[in-house]
Design a protein around this ligand. Structure first.
Ligand code: C2E
Ligand code: MG
Ligand code: MG
Ligand code: MG
Length: 276
């Protein structure tokens, strides 16, 4: 009967929820242990400035080498860390590691872009915690970009804005990541206190073949530029895509076509061979 089917469905979801919760608890304790046992590392993906052909920035991306499960994607463990709050410890580890890596690089102008979750922002009282980490490592704030997403402005907008403004005043720059995937409207852009806009990969997958998509990107880039915001096209995988995006005025380009994320040693080599 419908009634028993309903009951069956209910217990199925119940069980599903319980399994999810158990998986999260398991993953949480393994991540905590993983931090202590140094199972995490960073890879860096070069961001190209086509006008000069130089690598002026890199994005730091977190990797977890699990002893039994192998390499686990941040798409799997970051959402769990966000839920349990462990993202705050992880985020501090990432910033510390970036600082250490920056001090070993020969190029003292290279800028590193770091992802920051909404949960990490809501955890801050003011901008001083992250600034003090930079200060302790003698890293100039202008060498750091924090990547945030539009969802950050959906709750407690004024608090988030003043937090960003205080860090920007100190010299840290900000980028809106995955732009276009949230509840975005080009209209919001004027209210975001950011320096860079990273157009999400999904918006440029079919460039240049798709003329509508090309028109949309063209408009996004124009609006950003009119507001004094520099643009980054992310997830560029093909030559024709790259060429068209540069023609359309993308200030920076990032993607497998140009370089994949790599360990620090490989990055050092990459930077050396790409210096004029
Ligand atoms: P994201 O910030 O949008 O980072 C870009 C993602 O696109 C990375 O995936 C990168 O490897 C991938 N990518 C770059 N170029 C291409 C391309 O040409 N084609 C395709 N298909 N993909 C490309 P990754 O490293 O798996 O990271 C996934 C997400 O995890 C990131 O998306 C970011 O939101 C989050 N994440 C990574 N590291 C951290 C971190 O340290 N802290 C926080 N809070 N989140 C992080
Ligand atoms: Mg990012
Ligand atoms: Mg991101
Ligand atoms: Mg992104």
């Amino acid at each position: 009967s419908a009634k028993s089917a309903g009951r069956g469905t209910f217990s199925f979801f119940n069980q599903q929820l319980r399994e999810d919760a158990e998986r999260h608890i398991q993953l949480h304790s393994e991540m905590k242990l993983g931090l202590d046992l140094q199972q995490f590392h960073l890879v860096y993906q070069p961001i190209i400035h086509p006008k000069t052909g130089t690598v002026s920035k890199c994005e730091a991306l977190l990797r977890w080498q699990h002893p039994e499960r192998g390499l686990i994607s941040p798409a799997t463990f970051i959402p769990v860390a966000e839920r349990t709050g462990l993202i705050n410890r992880i985020g501090d580890w990432v910033l510390e590691q970036v600082c250490e890596d920056l001090t070993t690089l020969a190029d003292d102008r290279l800028v590193i872009s770091i992802n920051r979750s909404e949960r990490e922002f809501t955890h801050q009282k003011d901008g001083n915690h992250w600034l003090s980490i930079l200060l302790r490592h003698s890293i100039a704030p202008k060498r750091i970009v924090f990547e945030i997403t539009e969802s950050l402005f959906m709750t407690d907008k004024d608090k988030q804005k003043s937090l960003i403004l205080s860090m920007r005043e100190a010299g840290i720059r900000f980028a809106i990541d995955d732009f276009g995937t949230g509840y975005s409207s080009l209209n919001y852009l004027q209210h975001y206190p950011v320096d860079f806009l990273k157009v999400d990969r999904s918006f440029l997958e079919q460039i240049p073949e798709n003329t509508q998509q090309t028109a949309l990107i063209d408009a996004m880039l124009r609006v950003a530029h009119a507001l004094g915001i520099e643009t980054v096209a992310e997830g560029v995988e093909r030559k024709e895509q790259y060429q068209r995006l540069v023609e359309l005025g993308a200030d920076y380009v990032q993607g497998f076509y140009l370089a994949k994320p790599m360990r620090l040693a490989a990055l050092t080599e990459f930077l050396r061979s790409h210096r004029e």
